[in-house]
Design a protein around this ligand. Structure first.
Ligand code: HEM
Length: 397
């Protein structure tokens, strides 16, 4: 067994342990408002809007200048995620937050699925791969130390019945206490080690994917400038004036279509997350797959298949609009994957994307701050597919 193998968290676990942890997190997120309708959904949207309001204010300060919106998005999306996961937010200029951002940015570049050591494990002994592994493991140890202080703080709040914001951390600690009190043998799944890995998984799974998707979206919408007026007009027709607060399933079909088209064209998890057939040999579509193979679901290939998506390289939101002008998706659109292991946070991610995109476009007219031909739109592939560095100009509407 590889000495780096860790059986904790959610993304890298399997079997009964994974089932238990996935169903807990899913239940907690639903209780916190990750549902399609109802008052709890509004509570969750309000928490997201706290970050979006700040994002708009920050962009406003720099309007009409050429800016790379990466930092503003990272700080605002990051703090919304911190709020849901840890029940706290960082000062943007705090050293801890700067360090965590650095780890996240570098880490996702290093753990690319395409990395050669994934296919030839012997290569993990190469000095460059050892250095990368060391960076990741040192970062993990430092992160867990930071988490320890946050967890202690939350424990103290629970012991003294002090208010603490609803979050994954708080719910995990309450579940642990419940299981211990009822001598439930599943209590063993709630160790401190597991908590640290779960928190890191939830932070990482939410932040990088959402951030990359938003960054691609702003870039594509700046390039395809004509879509912005259509979205703006749609919002005005829905009576939305200053803030788009409560996203519901039926509203703003063209906005949703433009986001979906951006996610199809720039699939931010192009190779999914690796899975495997650990139990037995199998056959898929006539191909023999020996036991213990690594299986990569190539979402990119599905989203670029010209039999499913005519002229797949063209940005065309109308693919997602039906004859009645309503937004619809097809089974061939799977940015969140499909099946038992599909993204746990799909509904939350959609709230993030719809609210961020709508509110930014409601406030600003976005132009590309550089020549389009200077940009390599093929993207940079790490764990997620990031856009190239780019500059935009946000003009207040
Ligand atoms: C646009 C944003 C997002 C995209 C494109 C995305 C996409 C994905 C994909 C493709 C997977 C792999 C599924 C598989 O292995 O088959 C995944 C897994 C996962 N996602 Fe997301 N995701 C996004 C946002 C989020 C958010 C906001 C959360 C927070 C709740 C989240 C939590 C997770 C978790 C926990 C898993 C692992 C599930 C498991 O292994 O059981 N994701 N996501």
């Amino acid at each position: 067994m590889c000495k780096f193998y860790v059986y904790s968290g959610l993304i890298c676990t399997e079997g009964e342990f994974w089932k238990d942890q996935r169903s807990l997190v899913h239940k907690w997120l639903r209780d916190m408002g990750m549902i399609k309708f109802g008052i709890k959904r509004e509570l969750m949207q309000n928490r997201i809007m706290e970050g979006i309001d700040l994002c708009i204010q920050e962009i406003e300060k720099l309007q009409s200048h050429k800016i790379n919106p990466l930092n503003i998005l990272m700080d605002t999306v990051g703090n919304i995620v911190n709020d849901f996961v840890f029940g706290m937010k960082y000062e943007w200029n705090s050293d801890t937050w700067k360090y965590l951002k650095h780890l996240q940015e570098e880490g996702v570049k290093l753990v690319g699925i395409h990395a050669s050591a994934n296919f030839l494990p012997i290569l993990r002994f190469l000095p460059s791969n050892r250095r990368n592994m060391e960076f990741i493991l040192t970062g993990k140890a430092a992160t867990h130390k930071l988490y320890d202080a946050i967890v202690d703080n939350c424990e103290r709040a629970l012991d003294t019945s002090t208010e603490y914001r609803d979050c994954i951390l708080k719910r995990f600690l309450l579940e642990k206490r419940d299981r211990e009190q009822s001598h439930d043998e599943l209590g063993k799944n709630c160790s401190r080690e597991q908590l640290n890995h779960l928190l890191a998984d939830m932070f990482g799974a939410s932040l990088d994917t959402t951030l990359c998707t938003l960054r691609w979206y702003l870039l594509l919408i700046a390039i395809h400038h004509e879509c912005q007026d259509k979205i703006y007009e749609e919002m005005r027709n829905y009576g939305i004036r200053e803030r788009y607060l409560t996203d519901d399933i039926e509203s703003l079909p063209y906005l949703k279509a433009s986001i979906a088209e951006s996610m199809r064209l720039k699939t931010v998890v192009p190779c999914g997350i690796p899975h495997g057939n650990t139990q037995q040999h199998t056959t898929l579509d006539g191909y023999f797959i020996p036991k213990n193979s690594m299986i990569l679901p190539l979402q990119y290939a599905i989203h670029m298949n010209e039999n499913l998506w005519p002229q797949p390289q063209t940005f065309n939101p109308n693919r997602f609009i039906d004859e009645d002008g309503k937004f619809f998706t097809s089974p061939n659109f799977i940015p969140f994957q499909t099946g038992k292991r599909m993204c746990l946070g799909e509904e939350l991610a959609k709230m993030f994307l719809n609210l961020f995109a709508a509110n930014i476009l409601l406030n600003f007219n976005i132009k590309l701050g550089q020549d389009k031909d200077e940009l390599d739109l093929s993207g940079i592939c790490g764990l997620a597919l990031s856009p190239p560095e780019y500059c935009l100009i946000f003009e207040k509407r």
